[in-house]
Design a binder for this molecule. Structure first.
Ligand code: KIV
Ligand code: ZN
Length: 506
């Protein structure tokens, strides 16, 4: 079987999703998990785009040794040099040079002629190649580029030293048969192309990113560019988990494989969702909450008799644990440790002790503690570790008679206990106003969402809030069985991110 290279761009194109920005620590955490997942290439960022991006690509290049670390660059000298500066410490560095190739982009965006673009490609691929011999080239908007010109630009890139040629369907415009035809024609019309790796990069504007990618694989592409949970610009990118599981589940059809450890898929999906604040829709293939749930009697009966009747994949192959053991208030440290290990968490003693205390508190309020509750507890503990301000106590009075009132006690960065109170139009508004009186950072609340983690009246409520300051969005999350407490935690989490970013910029 031939191998398909998995190129993950969650940290670059995924982060370009509106509201999806991540901080340095979060990017490193995801990069480490991608390495564990067995991703071949991690596109860690776009180094020239901001000092923060440069720093995170550099750190990932230094810390993550098992995958190729790729930095993105437009076709200009400063971009290429900056990308190299960021990735040069990697065990396996790659520079990814891209330039627009469609007439639509050339005319309205770049304002350059086709000849000028060919020259830029020649010079910038060669410049990148002078730094390292792993060079990827992408003609942006390839699927809307005139084919003859596309073959020409690809040929120039090959002659200048590119080793991977990536064909982006930048605006998600292609239809599978058409995209497969384009790949076939590229193979037939570009000399020496079969000596290189041909890749594709599909966006999901028409919901066809995965279908287009798989068709390109069928026509000979051996690298797929994708993101965890399919996050990315606009409607997103092709989803890694769907592509990998299609190739694995239908190996009879594709006769191909990948090096992905599929048992890490679920954990990676949860981590990316948790960090970006983008929930995974319940019916999402592979990683959605309903992906392996059977509701109708006929289906349930079939699965009990023989899972293969209605299950084409074993949930364990994507790392969804089989929860035979129910945790509750009588469960001890050993049982929790085992369940955490099954869920893919190996916590240090100190972290484990905090999670265990939170688990015991929760088990006092809730009869059965589900896996999703445990994941939420771990995430909550991890959020607490990187705090600037800490929410110690919150007290609310509300109802349909009086004015909603909140009082809060918080610990400041220098360890002082600070208390304040505020009135609001509702309990959440009052809580946020009381917190604002202490933290004092101007911002606008742009999104506020509550969802319950599991079913039942005693479920943990998880709150996501996004705030904006100086045109940058910060996402905060908080979880608690009390939704007002969860809301206050989420708001403090978002403020802490804002403060940490501002401090760094200073
Ligand atoms: O969608 C696109 O064309 C891209 C390129 C930078 C590869 O993201
Ligand atoms: Zn893209």
């Amino acid at each position: 079987m031939g191998k398909v290279i998995i190129f993950d761009t969650t940290l670059r194109d995924g982060e370009q999703a509106a509201g999806g920005s991540m901080n340095l620590g979060e990017k490193l955490e995801i990069a480490r998990q991608l390495e564990k997942l067995g991703v071949d290439v991690i596109e860690a960022g776009f180094p020239i785009s901001s000092p923060g991006d440069f720093e995170s690509v550099k750190l990932i290049a230094q810390e993550v040794r098992g995958s190729i670390i790729c930095g993105l660059a437009r076709a200009n000298p400063d971009d290429v040099d900056r990308a190299w500066e960021a990735i040069k410490d990697a065990a396996h560095p790659r520079i990814h040079v891209f330039v627009s190739s469609s007439d639509i982009h050339l005319m309205h965006g770049m304002k350059k002629t086709r000849e000028e673009i060919l020259q830029l490609t020649r010079d910038m691929v060669a410049r990148a190649r002078s730094y390292t011999d792993d060079i990827e080239f992408s003609p942006m908007d390839a699927s809307r580029t005139e084919p003859a010109y596309l073959y020409q630009i690809l040929q120039v890139a090959i002659e200048a030293g590119a080793t991977t040629l990536n064909i982006p369907d930048t605006v998600g415009y292609s239809i599978p048969e058409e995209f497969g035809g384009l790949i076939e024609n590229i193979y037939q019309n570009v000399p020496r192309i079969s000596e290189l790796i041909v890749s594709m990069h599909c966006h999901n504007d028409l919901g066809l990113a995965v279908a287009n990618s798989l068709e390109a694989v069928r026509k000979g592409c051996r690298q797929v560019e994708c993101t965890i949970n399919g996050i990315g610009e606009r409607a997103g990118n092709a989803s890694l988990e769907e592509i990998v599981m299609a190739i694995k589940t239908r190996s009879d059809f594709f006769n191909l494989n990948t090096d992905i450890d599929t048992r890490q898929i679920y954990k990676t999906s949860r981590m990316v969702s948790e960090i970006t604040g983008f929930s995974v829709q319940p019916n999402k293939a592979i990683v959605g909450a309903n992906a392996f749930r059977h509701e109708s009697g006929i289906h349930q009966d079939g699965v009990i008799k023989m899972p293969i009747t209605f299950e084409i994949m074993d949930p364990k192959t994507v790392g969804i644990p089989s929860s035979s053991l129910v945790l509750g208030k009588l469960s001890g440290r050993h049982a929790l440790r085992e369940r955490l290990a099954e869920l893919g968490y190996g916590l240090e003693d100190e972290d484990f002790n905090r999670v265990f205390r939170a688990f015991k508190d929760l088990a006092d309020k809730k009869k059965e503690v589900a896996d999703r509750d445990i994941e939420s507890l771990v995430a909550e503990e991890q959020r607490t570790v990187s705090e600037v301000y800490h929410l110690d106590r919150i007290q609310i009075s509300c109802g349909d008679r009086g004015i909603p009132t909140a009082s809060v006690i918080m610990t400041s960065p220098d360890g002082q206990a600070l208390a304040d109170a505020a009135l609001g139009s509702g309990p959440v508004d009052a809580a946020f106003k009381a917190i604002d009186k202490i933290v004092k950072v101007p911002n606008t609340l742009t999104e506020f969402n509550i969802k319950s983690i599991t079913e039942g009246i005693d479920a943990i409520g998880e709150v996501l809030c996004r705030i904006e300051s100086d045109s940058v969005t910060y996402t905060g999350r908080g979880a608690d069985t009390d939704i007002i407490v969860a809301s206050a935690k989420a708001y403090v989490n978002a403020l802490n991110r804002l403060l940490a970013t501002k401090k760094k910029a200073e």
